[in-house]
Write a protein of this length. Structure first.
Length: 544
């Protein structure tokens, strides 16, 4: 007898015969078995009917995996499945950005938010045709009216229409983000674009690590959407960005937990009321740069048709006196400050820790904080008979700023004389992975330096270093570990080190050191010999 999945022949007639998955039985109150005559003796027709029945069951099961699909059939679900759906919705809402989460919570939940969205959409649809309708009718009937009154009434109606549209879109964006409703493909905004952009660029969060770059993009998009709503990409204009840029400077600078999650205008109101400090032009420009990068990618990848409206935009900045600008130049350690920091760390810190060696690498090499903190034991090698250090991104969680940052450089004799090689040997014999160790808080046991929630190794040391500067009464605009790098650059300039060699030692590109070289020539050869770099590096005497 011929076998057909989902069907059984009884006598000469084919019948439906399929056990319904338990999940569907419980969700939709379906019978445990699908039975009944197909009304045919033809096996080919029975096969078609069976496939259709199986496809229907598969479709029902797929809908149970989608929150938005279950919302559509909420009334058909069992009480148990309705409860599960509500829990899934609550979980999705909890994961939303603060503004969207607060919007849905304020509405009283997703279901009420859907009703509110539909009410705003209906109101907007009505007003679309109603703006000016009374006065057009008066025109047709030849009735007289005050033109100023018409202008005022129509402006009020248009404002009400815009408000209803904006509120409807805000609910639609939040509900789509929570998977409560399906997104409108024609109305993709920056939020949906952000996910595609970050996935393409590899800015991905994991269970252990939150990608810092993704977080920066998320913040910029969050503030923009709070300000304008999640406007469809096709509708975004240069004016959207310029208005946002102007008002961004009204946001407060605050680490207070009650202010961080506030929506854009709520945060501004608190700042006005309490007289809080506002964000800097530099912070504003960094966020604009991220938004412009998103739009550029959208245009390049075809997510937005036409030209990039934000390309080339730069906000107008009031001209300042150079004396005022210099006050906001990052602090550069003086020679005496470099000595004070190194001496203090050498006397007070364990010689196995980053707290001990970090200031030395800052003084003698001008390394970046993360370059020092993320070093592995295996990054210390011998090249051309000289002790060397590799700044690389080869190990897990290691990062470099750019291609020029990736480099192998000789160790300064000042570190060799302080028994750095012996320290490395001890770490290697101990089976260490990370080169440096650090202590638990308040002077606890030593352990290998650990990364933070964004996968960065220098965060905790950077905080400790800042506190040590306070103890030494070293103050200045944005003073910190990077002040070593500025001091090292001045030291190298004054020592007459060739600009290309400074660049190779510091891991900068040509423009960053105000020295432009031939871009084609840069691609030839392997760079300077280690011995040549060592001769130049050892001319520096930061502690003399």
């Amino acid at each position: 007898m011929e076998k057909i999945d989902g069907a059984k022949r009884i006598g000469e007639t084919w019948h439906y015969y399929k056990r319904v998955p338990k999940r569907l039985v419980e969700a939709y109150d379906l019978p445990e078995f699908k039975r009944g005559t197909m009304g045919t003796k033809d096996p080919d027709k029975a096969r078609v009917l069976a496939r259709a029945m199986l496809a229907e069951l598969d479709d029902l099961e797929a809908k149970l995996d989608s929150v938005s699909e279950r919302v559509k059939v909420f009334g058909d679900l069992s009480a148990k499945e309705q409860g599960q759906l509500e829990r899934d919705i609550d979980q999705n809402i909890a994961a939303l950005p603060p503004d969207q989460r607060q919007l849905l919570q304020k509405a009283g939940g997703a279901m009420q938010a859907i009703r509110d969205m539909e009410a705003h959409d209906a109101s907007a649809a009505f007003m679309t045709g109603a703006v000016g309708a009374d006065y057009r009718l008066k025109d047709d009937l030849g009735e007289e009216y005050d033109p100023d009154e018409r202008e005022i009434d129509e402006a009020a109606d248009e404002s009400f229409l815009a408000l209803q549209q904006k509120k409807g879109e805000a609910y639609r964006g939040a509900l789509s983000a929570a998977d409560v409703i399906e997104p409108d493909a024609s109305a993709t905004g920056l939020r949906a674009l952000l996910d595609k952009f970050c996935d393409a660029k590899g800015y991905v969060n994991t269970d252990k690590i939150k990608n810092k770059t993704r977080g920066q993009y998320e913040y910029a998009v969050r503030r923009f959407v709070e300000y304008h709503g999640d406007v469809p990409l096709a509708d975004l204009t240069r004016k959207h960005l310029s208005d946002f840029a102007a008002d961004f400077l009204k946001l407060p600078v605050s680490s207070r937990k009650d202010i961080r999650p506030l929506a854009f205008r709520d945060a501004v109101r608190i700042a006005d009321r309490e007289g809080l400090d506002r964000v800097s032009v530099r912070t504003r420009d960094q966020n604009l740069m991220l938004l412009k990068a998103l739009m550029s990618w959208a245009a390049g990848e075809g997510h937005r048709v036409g030209v990039d409206p934000w390309r080339g935009y730069n906000p107008t900045v009031a001209k300042q006196k150079y004396s005022a600008q210099r006050k906001k130049k990052k602090h550069v350690f003086t020679r005496d400050e470099v000595k004070a920091v190194v001496v203090h760390a050498s006397k007070t810190r364990d010689a196995n820790t980053v707290d001990f060696w970090g200031p030395l690498f800052g003084a003698f090499h001008g390394l970046r904080l993360e370059e020092v903190a993320q070093l592995r034991v295996g990054d210390v090698t011998t090249e051309e008979g000289l002790l060397c250090l590799s700044v690389t991104d080869e190990a897990e969680l290691q990062k470099v700023k750019n291609e020029n940052t990736f480099r192998t450089i000789p160790i300064h004799l000042g570190l060799v004389e302080r028994e750095f090689e012996g320290f490395v040997t001890r770490r290697r014999q101990a089976g260490g992975d990370m080169l440096f160790m650090e202590a638990e808080r308040w002077g606890g046991a030593l352990h290998e330096i650990a990364y933070d929630g964004q996968g960065r190794y220098g965060t905790m040391y950077g905080s400790r270093f800042a506190r040590e500067l306070g103890k030494l009464n070293i103050k200045g605009y944005k003073v910190g570990y990077h002040s070593f790098r500025h001091a090292w650059t001045d030291l190298a300039r004054n020592a007459g080190i060739n600009p290309e060699q400074r660049r190779a030692l510091a891991g900068r590109d040509s423009d960053a050191d105000d020295y432009r070289v031939d871009g084609i020539e840069d691609k030839y050869g392997h760079g300077f010999a280690i011995s040549v770099l060592a001769d130049s590096l050892n001319r520096l005497k930061p502690l003399d």
